[in-house]
Design a protein around this ligand. Structure first.
Ligand SMILES: C[S@@+](CC[C@H](N)C(=O)[O-])C[C@H]1O[C@@H](n2cnc3c(N)ncnc32)[C@H](O)[C@@H]1O
Length: 261
């Protein structure tokens, strides 16, 4: 149920975003920073510094297989794949996001496949992947232990999982859709219980200030964004942003590096 809600909301948003210069201006100025590489945009809070760190920590050798978990429209995964000369498989629930990711990969001539699946059942063989990444998405997954176990299954021994994600405040989300399903406040026990060694786990700088400034700016631009995005997509965005500002569901945003034993 919550996965259908997530998929339909994101489908509306991904289909509408290419037509909204206002959304892109707000995101570039407040969420990711003006230096974030054009053409590899996202709807998360990944900065250029984090993108570089994530790429380095994946320790991918050229030609390896990189999996981007909850890849959305594919921007960060395509950047990492092009920098490391890797093959990319992106997984996401949103068909509209995957369509855009495929278009981007074609334009960029980057070898990539995008598959519609939930993170708890990734359609890959055991030990097939050389690295996995995920950007600001794991907090939405209804069964996080199952998702982490699934990444562990598809990674070869020694491979790294590098991700950014929001830790949840269980008391603030207990009655909320999606975020209230499985509110994990620290991902390290899940990782360690699934066959990973956690190599680093750090709060990312200024995450709260950036989330609040970005969401306030989007909500303040409701009139123009409603026109550019359409009512359904704007409502999906506004719902999540208002809940985030009112309920303060996030404990921290972290960047984690874990190695598959
Ligand atoms: C904030 S967006 C981030 C997307 C992308 N990583 C980026 O940086 O733009 C969260 C993404 O998680 C996906 N998602 C949420 N729950 C999921 C699940 N259980 N399985 C797969 N994808 C999921 C959504 O469809 C959405 O594309």
């Amino acid at each position: 149920m919550s996965e259908n809600l997530v998929a339909s909301g994101y489908d509306a948003v991904y289909a509408a975003l290419p037509g909204s210069p206002t959304f892109h201006r707000i995101w570039s100025t407040l969420a990711c920073g003006a230096d974030y590489p054009a053409g590899f945009g996202h709807i998360s809070f990944l900065t250029l510094g984090e993108l570089r760190e994530l790429t380095e920590r994946l320790e991918l050798c050229g030609g390896g297989l990189l999996v981007d978990l909850a890849c959305g429209a594919g921007g960060p995964g395509l950047w990492v794949a092009s920098m490391t000369k890797s093959r990319l498989i992106g997984i996401d629930l949103s068909g509209a996001g995957l369509l855009q990711a495929r278009r981007r990969a074609t334009v960029m001539h980057t070898p990539a496949t995008f598959v519609r699946a939930t993170l708890s059942a990734v359609a890959l063989q055991r030990g097939q992947a050389d690295a996995a990444m995920s950007v600001d998405a794991i907090q939405y997954v209804p069964d996080k232990q199952a998702a982490v176990a699934e990444v562990a299954r598809v990674l070869r021994s020694g491979a790294r999982l590098v991700f950014t994600a929001f830790e949840l405040e269980p008391d603030h989300v207990s009655d909320l859709p999606v975020l209230g399903d499985d509110p994990v406040s620290d991902y390290r026990p899940l990782l360690e219980g699934s066959g990973f060694v956690v190599e680093s786990y750090e709060e990312t700088p200024r995450w709260q200030e950036r989330v609040v400034a970005t969401y306030e700016a989007v909500l303040a631009a409701a009139d123009i964004l409603g026109q550019e995005l359409g009512a359904e997509a704007f409502a999906a965005l506004a719902f999540e942003m208002m809940l985030t500002l009112e309920r303060d569901p996030y404990r921290r945003r972290v960047l984690a590096v874990a190695r598959r034993v």
